[in-house]
Design a protein around this ligand. Structure first.
Ligand code: ADP
Ligand code: X2W
Length: 308
């Protein structure tokens, strides 16, 4: 006979075992595959969440997945710009980037946010190596504007990725490291030669290009909402799964930061990534729940022809 306390403890232990066993088929499926995890600036403002994120990445690494972290840092860039007395302006979810702002973007992403993430992951062992789109010729970008209310809008030194040379990432993976990437990218001209200018690339968009180039099994995007809402901001309209085609028809109705995020998910799935998912970065370990549980969490995008 067990006491009520012992019975409760046995049940809790069974629950834990069930969670571990539920992860088994997913661990088997993903071992040896590459996952691109986009860590957004809004989901990295709290130390506890950053530590949980680092644990998740090291967990993925130890179950045989090759995690590639692509980080943002929008709020951190805005904070430095405010200190410098430079106004932040966004159009279509993208930062209007002057030459002065570009200096701040590069300093914050590569010199601050990337360093902090590398440090967090490396508190578990010497795994993470930081690099930017400039290192090893990783990214090539061209200037891009955006369309707001049917009008073409100039964004200054903002780029979109037109080429990825994943050699540096593959070398790091081969060496058992975890690449941590900031999305500043060298500009190329019409002939494909570097112009010497660097461009500010939205981290969601860059993560999608990297996921496609690496043949990733997953693109997981952490953000500061539960996922994609059909009728934002109606919290009862969270979508758990949708096809690429369904997302394509929703794109024109999206606002602010969700625009580049969902365009990125769509580009990833259209480019051959098996699934893209947006998960709530405000909830500790949401990324592990998305990857290693059957029901998942947040919003997943599946290719056309598959059941959402
Ligand atoms: N349909 C929608 N569903 C969810 N969030 C939306 C939607 N439309 C706009 N948003 C906004 O997009 C934001 C996420 O984008 P962003 O702030 O750029 O995130 P991050 O910093 O994580 O990259 C949400 O906080 C929300 O305000
Ligand atoms: C062009 C553009 O908007 N670039 C972004 C780059 C950082 C980013 O994407 O950060 P989050 O993922 O935290 O939003 C910016 O300047 O804010």
């Amino acid at each position: 006979m067990s006491t009520p306390t012992e019975a409760r403890e046995q049940l809790a232990a069974q629950d834990k075992a069930a969670t571990l066993i539920e992860a088994l088929p997913w661990i088997q499926r993903f071992a040896g595959s590459t996952m691109v995890i986009k860590y957004g600036g809004n989901a990295m403002v709290n130390d506890e969440l950053r530590q949980a994120f680092a644990e998740d990445i090291v967990f993925l690494h130890h179950v045989g997945v090759h995690p590639v972290v692509v980080h943002g840092g929008g709020p951190q860039i805005s904070a430095l710009l405010a200190r410098l007395g430079i106004k932040s302006e966004f159009k279509g979810g993208l930062r209007v980037t002057t030459p002065e702002a570009m200096d701040a973007v590069r300093m914050v992403l590569t010199g601050q946010v990337g360093r902090e993430l590398v440090g967090m992951i490396n508190s578990h062992g010497p795994y993470a190596v930081g690099l930017s789109g400039e290192d090893g010729g990783l990214l090539q970008a061209v200037r891009t504007g955006t369309v707001v209310d049917g009008e073409e809008v100039d964004l200054g030194l903002v780029g979109e990725v037109v080429g990825v040379n994943p050699g540096a990432i593959l070398d790091l993976i081969e060496a058992g490291r975890i690449p941590v990437i900031s999305t500043v990218a060298p500009e190329i001209d019409g002939a494909g030669s570097p112009t010497g200018q660097v461009l500010n690339v939205n981290a969601d968009t860059a993560a999608a290009s990297l996921a496609v180039a690496l043949g990733a099994s997953r693109l997981v995007v952490l953000t500061d909402v539960e996922g994609l809402y059909a009728n934002w901001p109606d919290k009862s309209s969270l979508i758990s799964s949708l096809t690429a085609g369904e997302l394509r028809s929703m794109l024109p109705s999206l606002e602010s930061g969700m625009i580049p995020k969902m365009e990125a998910c769509l580009a990833a799935v259209d480019g051959g990534v098996d699934r893209a998912a947006v998960v709530d970065g405000r909830m500790a370990h949401s990324m592990l729940l998305e990857v290693f549980t059957t029901a998942g969490i947040g919003t997943q995008i599946v290719p056309d022809g598959e059941t959402a």
